[in-house]
Ligand binder design. Structure first.
Ligand SMILES: [Zn+2]
Length: 313
């Protein structure tokens, strides 16, 4: 089929540092993608990026953004890692400029829809997607549809104690199992004097360590790095068990940078969740990696545009 004949929509993912925008075909293919920095003028940056791609033959624009979205007004109520976006009415601003249908969705929800439409979730009616990166997000696909609920799994309470989270709660899953949590734990044990090859990786400046450094050290057999990943994985496993018991999904799909540490972090999570979830539910759930990587959100937000145009919902 000639790609020029296919319907197209623009999908975008507004993150804490980058804005990723792409033209997506009606069968979920990324046709043209650009990445721009996010500035304080979020609306201006978005408009500029869409102008760069061009809107010829575009059916609509889908936006994925971290934070809680008001379903009625389409405004971002709170976005802890991107407060600047709370000032704008992105849906109206983009619609005014381009005269196209615009919809907005939480980034992890958009990613879940992307995986359902064109990724690892294609064969499942019901699944839960975790996004495992600096923070932790979630999205629910139920009977092939995106459940338009908050699904803020990173802020599920996992411990009655535990550090204060930026959301106001303490003991959140994100405070134990995210990349930020792993790195902050690494800094505190290194500062306390524990031996590790990580000291050499960062020439003593522990704040320069990245999640990739921790993976690399763990693969090199570093005990501290392995302990950090296993401990975080154990908490992730508690979160996964809670989700399995809550919804009895066909699959739990894991996405985000941390799945690079699958053999240690995720394997530990699978072990822990197998010990905690109802056995009958655990035996039929598949726990597997996402397929679309960084593109899940842009593909999913464009897919939601096609769905809305086709079904009006
Ligand atoms: Zn929290």
């Amino acid at each position: 089929m000639d790609t020029g004949m296919k319907k197209k929509a623009i999908g975008m993912d507004i993150g804490g540092t980058n804005l990723r925008v792409a033209v997506i075909s009606e069968d979920g293919e990324v046709m043209h993608k650009i990445k721009e920095p996010v500035t304080e003028d979020v609306l201006g940056a978005v408009i500029l990026a869409v102008e760069k791609l061009g809107t010829d033959g575009i059916e609509g624009i889908g936006i994925g953004v971290a934070g809680l979205i008001d379903k009625n007004t389409g405004r971002v109520i709170i976005s802890p890692n991107l407060h600047a976006v709370e000032k704008y009415d992105l849906v109206r601003g983009i619609n005014d400029r381009f005269g196209l249908p615009v919809l907005i969705e939480n980034d992890a929800n958009a990613a879940a829809f992307g995986e359902s439409w064109a990724g690892a979730g294609r064969g499942f009616s019901n699944f839960f997607l975790f996004t495992l990166g600096t923070g932790i997000g979630g999205g629910i696909i139920y009977e092939k549809k995106l459940l338009r609920v908050s699904a803020e799994v990173g802020h599920m309470s996992i411990s009655a104690e535990g550090g204060k989270c930026p959301c106001g709660n303490s003991g959140c899953l994100e405070s134990y199992a995210s990349a930020r949590a792993i790195l902050s734990e690494a800094v505190s044990v290194l500062e306390a004097g524990r031996e590790s090859v990580l000291r050499d990786y960062c020439s003593g400046n522990f704040y320069k360590l990245t999640a990739e450094d921790i993976f690399r050290a763990a693969l090199d057999g570093d005990t501290l790095a392995r302990d950090l990943l296993k401990n975080a994985g154990r908490y992730l496993g508690i979160g996964i068990a809670n989700i399995i018991n809550l919804m009895g999904p066909e699959a739990v799909i894991l996405s985000g940078g941390l799945i690079g540490a699958w053999d240690i972090y995720v394997q530990e999570a699978i072990r822990e969740s197998s010990r905690r979830a109802f056995r009958e539910l655990f035996e039929r759930v598949k726990i597997l990696p996402a397929l679309l990587r960084d593109d899940a959100g842009i593909i999913g937000s464009a897919g939601l545009v096609f769905e809305k145009l086709a079904h009006g919902s």
